[in-house]
Write a protein that binds this ligand. Structure first.
Ligand code: FPP
Length: 248
C-alpha cells in the first residue's frame, strides 16, 4: 500500500503510529543555495529541486490528514538577492501557479498566496487572482504560499488597516482576536508546528504574529534533501510535546 494512502505517519518499522497530528504545519524551506553549492551547481538549481520537494511534501501532508501547510517561498527581504536568482525563483513560482490552476480542483488543494502581491509582476498577480477564484469554491486541505511575505510587514499592514477602520468607525476595541482578522492569515488557525531545515535556528521574520505558541522543529537536512520520512520525524517529535500555552 502506498504510504500516501495512510492517514498517519509511518513508524520506522513501517507501521502507522498512534500520533497527535498538527492541524497546521509551516515550513521555512531553507538550504537550497548550500545544497546547490555543494554540487557545484547554480543556486537556482537548488531552488528548482526545492520546489519539487515542496510539491512532494504538500501531497504527503494532504494524504496524512494535515489541514494547512504554509511555506515560506519568498520573503520581503529576498529582493536583495542577485537579479538572476530572484527571477529564477519567480519563474518557479509562476510554473507552480500555472500547475495549481490546472490541478487544484481535481486534487482538491486550496491554494492561498499570502504576502504583498501588488508588488509582484503583472503575470504573477494575474495567476494569483485566478488561484484565489478557484480556491473560493474548494474545501479541505489548504496550502498557504508566502510570497513577498514578511512577518513584521504583515503586522504593520494589519495595524494600519485596523487604524483606518477605527478612524472610519468600522472597528472597536483592539483585541488579539480582532487584530488577527487584519493579518493575511485571518480565519486560519495558528501553525502548530514550524519546521526549519538546514541547521539554522531562527524564525527569520516568518509568521511572527502566528508563531506565538507554535512548536519548533529544526533539522540539519537541507531542504532539497527533505522528504516524507523527515516530516514523519518532525510530526513524531511534535506528537510527544506537552503544549501548555502558558498554563501549568
Ligand atoms: C531559502 O534557501 C529558500 C528560498 C529563499 C527560496 C525558496 C523557494 C523555493 C523552494 C522555490 C519556490 C517554488 C515553489 C513552487 C514553492 P536559501 O537560498 O536561503 O539557501 P541557503 O541558506 O543555503 O543559501
Amino acid at each position: 500500500m502506498s504510504i500516501f494512502k495512510l492517514k498517519k505517519p509511518m513508524s520506522r518499522a513501517g507501521k502507522a503510529e498512534s500520533i497527535k497530528l498538527p492541524r497546521h504545519i509551516a515550513i521555512i524551506m531553507d538550504g537550497n543555495g548550500r545544497w546547490a553549492k555543494k554540487r557545484g551547481l547554480p543556486r537556482t538549481a537548488g531552488h528548482s529541486v526545492g520546489a519539487e520537494v515542496f510539491r512532494k511534501i504538500a501531497t504527503y501532508c494532504k494524504n496524512i490528514g494535515i489541514e494547512y501547510l504554509t511555506v515560506f517561498a519568498f520573503s520581503t527581504e529576498n529582493w536583495k538577492r542577485p537579479d538572476e536568482e530572484v527571477s529564477g525563483i519567480m519563474a518557479l513560482l509562476e510554473k507552480y501557479l500555472h500547475e495549481a490552476i490546472e490541478k487544484m480542483e481535481k486534487e482538491s488543494i486550496r491554494l492561498a498566496v499570502m504576502g504583498n502581491i501588488e508588488e509582484l509582476s503583472p503575470k504573477i498577480r494575474q495567476l494569483v487572482n485566478k488561484t484565489s477564484q478557484i480556491a473560493e469554491k474548494l474545501n479541505g486541505f489548504q496550502v498557504n504560499l508566502c510570497l513577498n511575505y514578511g512577518g513584521r510587514d504583515e503586522i504593520i499592514k494589519a495595524a494600519q488597516k485596523y487604524a483606518q477602520d477605527y478612524r472610519d468607525g468600522r472597528a472597536n476595541e483592539l483585541t488579539e482576536e480582532t487584530f488577527a482578522k487584519y493579518t493575511f492569515f485571518a480565519g486560519i488557525p495558528d501553525p502548530d508546528l514550524i519546521i526549519r531545515p538546514s541547521g539554522e535556528y531562527r524564525i527569520s521574520n516568518f509568521l511572527i504574529w502566528q508563531s506565538a505558541y507554535a512548536e519548533l522543529y529544526f533539522t540539519d537536512t537541507l531542504w532539497p534533501d527533505f522528504n516524507e520520512r523527515e516530516l514523519d520525524k518532525a510530526i513524531s517529535s511534535y506528537s510527544k510535546r506537552d503544549r501548555r500555552y502558558g498554563g501549568a
